[in-house]
Design a protein around this ligand. Structure first.
Ligand code: NAP
Length: 242
């Protein structure tokens, strides 16, 4: 089959590898945000489609049989575009959505809907480990009454002010290192998205052990699709269709 994968995640790379090995014609689409992305096997295209109309045109031009949304759970716009383009063209949409993290017994999590709500609920004097990525960074940094460690993979476009420090690193992160970081920096609050998966989950365990409060930003709403929670399930669903 002719399969277009919306990628940018480890799941998308894994899926492309398995579908190419099965003999499918696979194209992975990347947004182009990462400077040196790990490239999957098969064809790769980079950059936005130009909204729903552009994605729909790509599906038609490529005679795509399946569109797979394997983007990050917080890449909300492209996921909505995928729903709309699938509806417009009739190309079926399969979404891989990794399960959300859930609070362990005794954990201290505050659930919020948006980055601005998360920024607003920090108490004055909070020492914050911020792991929410580039989007909405300015809303946190406007809180000059708090101190921030901003952990990012890529350098931000924004200048980092004196009450914040940039920690550039790449997952996976282990429990011992997360405990050492939070303890060493006397972190009082961890702000995070509910990305799910194992690569960055240790911070939640570390926070619970150290009594660090977790502010958890909810996932976006994506719209209807055939949804699976793993690459295995996606391969099985596509095999059943083929
Ligand atoms: P987004 O807000 O949902 O998308 C914004 C725009 O970027 C889309 O409208 C689309 O432009 C373009 N785009 C996004 N993903 C694309 C893809 N895979 N291929 C082609 N165009 C894409 O997405 P985002 O949060 O900026 O994330 C961008 C990429 O980074 C995604 O592929 C995602 O899997 C990956 N990523 C995101 C996060 C996160 O926390 N958001 C974390 C890890 C990886 P057009 O409308 O012009 O088509």
């Amino acid at each position: 089959m002719n399969i277009l994968i919306l990628g940018g995640t480890a799941e998308a790379r894994d899926l492309a590898e398995r579908l190419v090995a099965q003999g499918h014609a696979v194209t992975t689409s990347l947004a182009g945000r990462t400077q040196s992305p790990l490239l999957p096997p098969g064809e790769v295209r980079i950059g936005g489609f130009g909204g729903v109309a552009g994605l729909a045109a790509t599906l038609r031009a490529g005679a795509v049989d399946w569109l797979v949304d394997a983007t990050h759970p917080y890449a909300g716009q492209i996921s909505l575009n995928a729903v709309a383009a699938s509806r417009e063209t009739g190309v079926p949409l399969l979404r891989i959505l990794r399960p959300a993290w859930t609070p362990p017994d005794g954990a201290n999590w505050t659930h919020v809907e948006t980055t601005s709500e998360a920024a607003a609920c920090l108490p004055p004097g909070a020492r914050v480990l911020l792991t929410t990525g580039h989007a909405g960074l300015e809303q946190f940094l406007a809180r000059e009454d708090c101190q921030f460690i901003v952990r990012l993979i890529e350098t931000p476009a924004l200048a980092i002010p004196p009450h914040a420090r940039l920690l550039q690193s790449r997952p996976p992160y282990g429990l011992a290192d997360e405990i050492a970081l939070m303890d060493g920096e006397r972190i009082t609050h961890l702000v995070t998205k509910n990305s799910g998966g194992g690569q960055t989950a240790a911070k939640l365990d570390a926070a619970m052990r150290l009594g660090v409060k977790v502010i958890m930003i909810a996932r976006p709403v994506y719209g209807p699709a055939i949804e699976v929670d793993s690459v295995d399930a996606a391969v099985a669903r596509l095999s059943a269709a083929g």
